[in-house]
Design a protein around this ligand. Structure first.
Ligand code: ADP
Ligand code: 5GP
Length: 219
């Protein structure tokens, strides 16, 4: 039961090229003990410099479909012609260990997570404006022009779903954005509904304090 653990299941979505990967890399480098980034499985081809098991587990369609059949994924979706999904085991293990687990996933998967784990925290990352998004996506130089066009079209659809998220983060100055993501997650731990056990323990302690010997009384 993922909701009962100390760590917060955090979903980060945003248009392709918004800077999610860059933000997550820095967040994890700044706070290595606090966060765990889930590595997804995908059927898309590795980009230059990507390694199996690091950025993704790169799998064939057949292998991916077997993972679906085995219920090894907590969610999956199709995005611009490829499957992407979140392996179950790592997420459960890391939440158990008290880490905040980050899923960097697209919107259909994010909404499945929210339905399945209502305690999940959903963040949406946006660039300062649409022109900058196109500039970043082309500047990354990892996709051909037709794929960039499909991803920008997809962004129009994704923008319709932002209302389902809990927080909007603008990725303008990278360092500020990373700090903001960290603050949101940190503050989320202070939410009263996430501290039921601590509150109950305090109530019990107070009750036993009051039922014990009164101050100045001989025992
Ligand atoms: P995503 O994971 O959302 O698809 P990336 O992290 O790959 O996006 O970032 C897309 C491109 O934008 C990369 O070339 C990255 O270096 C650049 N980038 C990310 N954040 C910023 C920022 N705050 N300012 C300028 N460029 C950025
Ligand atoms: P990319 O091909 O740029 O690495 O990722 C394309 C999109 O797939 C991004 O929006 C990314 O967040 C999303 N994505 C990555 N992993 C997963 C996953 O496990 N599940 C879902 N639903 N989306 C994912």
């Amino acid at each position: 039961m993922i909701q009962k653990h100390k760590g917060i299941l955090t979903v980060v979505s945003g248009f392709s090229g918004a800077g999610k990967g860059t933000i997550m890399k820095k967040l994890l480098a700044d706070h290595p003990d606090r966060y765990a980034l889930s590595v997804s499985a995908t059927t898309r081809r590795p980009r230059e410099g990507e390694t199996d098991g690091v950025e993704y587990f790169f799998r064939s369609r057949e292998e991916f479909e077997r993972m679906i059949a085995d219920e090894a994924l907590i969610e999956y979706a199709e995005y611009v012609g490829n499957y992407y999904g979140t392996p179950r085991r790592y997420v459960a293990e890391q939440l158990d260990a008290g880490r905040d687990v980050i899923l960097e996933i697209e919107i259909q998967g994010a909404l499945k997570i929210k339905r399945r784990f209502p305690d999940a925290l959903l963040l949406f990352v946006m660039p300062p404006d649409a022109k900058e998004l196109k500039h970043r996506l082309s500047g990354r130089g990892t996709e051909p022009v037709d794929v960039i066009a499909s991803r920008l079209e997809r962004a129009v659809k994704e923008a319709e779903g932002i209302g389902e998220y809990d927080y909007l983060v603008i990725n303008d100055v990278l360092e500020e954005c990373v700090e903001e993501v960290h603050s949101i997650i940190k503050n989320e731990h202070r939410r009263v509904t996430r501290n039921a056990e601590r509150i109950r323990a305090m109530q019990e302690d107070l009750a036993s304090l009051n039922s014990g010997p009164q101050r100045g009384e001989q025992s």
